[in-house]
Structures are given as structure tokens and as C-alpha cells.
Write a protein that binds this ligand. Structure first.
Ligand code: ITT
Length: 182
């Protein structure tokens, strides 16, 4: 049994859909942990270590950032705050008239068991910031994250479709591969 520590129910739905193909039981607890300001990796390491000690169970946590090239990687590690303040419309305004719309989602999974040190797994997906919001599936930045190969935003993809190649799929799959041979 692995416990996924998150306050985001959309992450849980996606993770459950990814884990269902494997023989690993996943439970979910919203523990709330203090996130230090730092890289995605630092946040995942400290969160996983804290939660595994606190619950005395093996846990995973996930820290995500949207990195927009034309904004020099912003909002990156500030993604949560920016989603709550500027929102998608604010990001579209910042990119008004900008041609290079390259962006990446990065997901870092931190895993830790009570008596060991944390490990991290990075997954990415590349795409572009759309010129307008599209789709009402997914959550947060999904309606403005356009995937050229699909011709759609994440907001227009079902959970199953997004889970074929998302940042979360890639980080969780790396974790699952490693975990399965422990
Ligand atoms: P935790 O409790 O797991 O920390 P959170 O929602 O605070 O949940 P993050 O800090 O990892 O998650 O995410 C930073 C921001 O990016 C936040 O606003 C998320 O809603 C958003 N986000 C994360 N994954 C996303 C995805 O797959 N699609 C769109 N937005 C996403």
C-alpha cells in the first residue's frame, strides 16, 4: 500500500487511473504539509520525508510546475500561487502578441518510506500556451495547455487520453517501474 499525499482531488483521479494497471494499492490522504520555497525536487523531497515520518507509512507526494519559455520559466515553482491569483486569463494576457508559446509541465514525484531516504522521479510533457482557453475537462492550467500532436488542449482530453502521455503519467510510470523491482 502506498499513500498519495495531496490536497488536489484531480491529481488523485488521474493517479488512480494510472495505478489501476499495476498491482499496487493506492490510498489518498490530505495531510497538508508545509512546502518550502524551492525547486520542485526540493519540495517533493521534503514533503515525502515529512509525511512518511509523520504517518509511519510509505508515501508519494507530487510537485508540479508549468514552465513557459517566453516568460523565462515563469510561473514554474510559483504555479499554485499564479493559478490562484493571475489565473489562466492572466497568463494569456502576459503572452498577448507573443509568438513563441512553448511551455512544459514538469511533475516531480517524491517517494519515501519511514526508515529510508526520499527518492524523486521527474516526468515532463511539452506543449504550447493556447491563445484562448479551450475545453472544460481536466483542471487548473489544462484549458490553456495545447498539445500540438493532439491538436487539442489538456482541457479537451478525457482523463484516459491525458493519462496516455501527461507529465504525471511520465513521473508516476518512472516511479512504478522503480518500485516494482524493489
Ligand atoms: P498538492 O496538494 O498535491 O500540492 P496542488 O494543487 O497545490 O496540490 P502543485 O503545487 O503540484 O499542486 O501544482 C501547482 C499548480 O499546478 C496548481 O495550481 C495545480 O492545480 C496545477 N496543476 C498541477 N497539475 C496539473 C495538471 O495536470 N493540469 C493542470 N494544472 C495542473
Amino acid at each position: 500500500m502506498i499513500t498519495f499525499i495531496t490536497g488536489n482531488k484531480h491529481k488523485v483521479i488521474e493517479a488512480e487511473n494510472i495505478f489501476k494497471d499495476y498491482d499496487i494499492n493506492l490510498e489518498h490522504i490530505d495531510l497538508g504539509y508545509c512546502e518550502p520555497q524551492g525547486t520542485l525536487e526540493e519540495v517533493a523531497i521534503s514533503g515525502a520525508k515529512y509525511a512518511s515520518r509523520k504517518l509511519n507509512k510509505p508515501v508519494i507526494v507530487e510537485d508540479v510546475g508549468l514552465f513557459i519559455k517566453a516568460l523565462k520559466g515563469f510561473p514554474g515553482t510559483y504555479s499554485s500561487y499564479v493559478q490562484e491569483t493571475l489565473g489562466n486569463q492572466g497568463i494569456l494576457k502576459l503572452l498577448d502578441g507573443v509568438n513563441d508559446r512553448y511551455a512544459e509541465f514538469r511533475s516531480v514525484i517524491g517517494y519515501c518510506a519511514p526508515n529510508s531516504e526520499p527518492k524523486i522521479f521527474l516526468g515532463k510533457v511539452i506543449g504550447e500556451i493556447a491563445v484562448e482557453e479551450k475545453g472544460d475537462l481536466g483542471f487548473a492550467f489544462d484549458p490553456i495547455f495545447y498539445v500540438p500532436a493532439e491538436g487539442k488542449t489538456f482541457g479537451e482530453l478525457t482523463t484516459e487520453e491525458k493519462n496516455q502521455f501527461s507529465h504525471r503519467k511520465n513521473s508516476l510510470e518512472k516511479f512504478i517501474k522503480w518500485y516494482s523491482i524493489q
